[in-house]
Design a protein around this ligand. Structure first.
Ligand code: ZN
Length: 105
């Protein structure tokens, strides 16, 4: 398959692009509406929707907040989404890209 970001050919089962280091496999495989475990603020509903619809997480949180404040429906909708949306499965213990982790330290 091809990397979405740099366009180079990478392994079909790769999670990270070997050329630019971007996460590719997980994003392509994840076209389900789920609540991610990493990066969530409350229950991961807004984060999961932003990933599913390919929207910015800040925009998605603002939309949720505005709908909740001005209509009151947002609270109920969030609770329903919390219940309905499945949680992201536990990540595999295999280390994926140690170079990217140590680079920020
Ligand atoms: Zn790439």
């Amino acid at each position: 398959m091809y990397c979405n970001y740099c366009g180079k050919v990478i392994q079909d089962d790769a999670n990270l692009c070997a050329y630019c280091g971007r996460r590719v496999g997980a994003v392509m495989a994840r076209k389900r509406l789920i609540r991610p475990r990493v990066g969530r603020k409350i229950a991961g509903v807004a984060l999961g929707m932003s990933e599913y619809f390919d929207l910015d997480i800040t925009v998605m949180r603002l939309v949720w907040l505005l709908v909740a404040i001005f209509t009151g429906v947002g609270f109920i909708a969030y609770l329903i989404a919390w219940i309905v949306m499945p949680e992201e499965p536990e990540p595999l213990p295999a280390p994926s890209h140690p170079a990217g982790v140590t680079a920020s330290q």
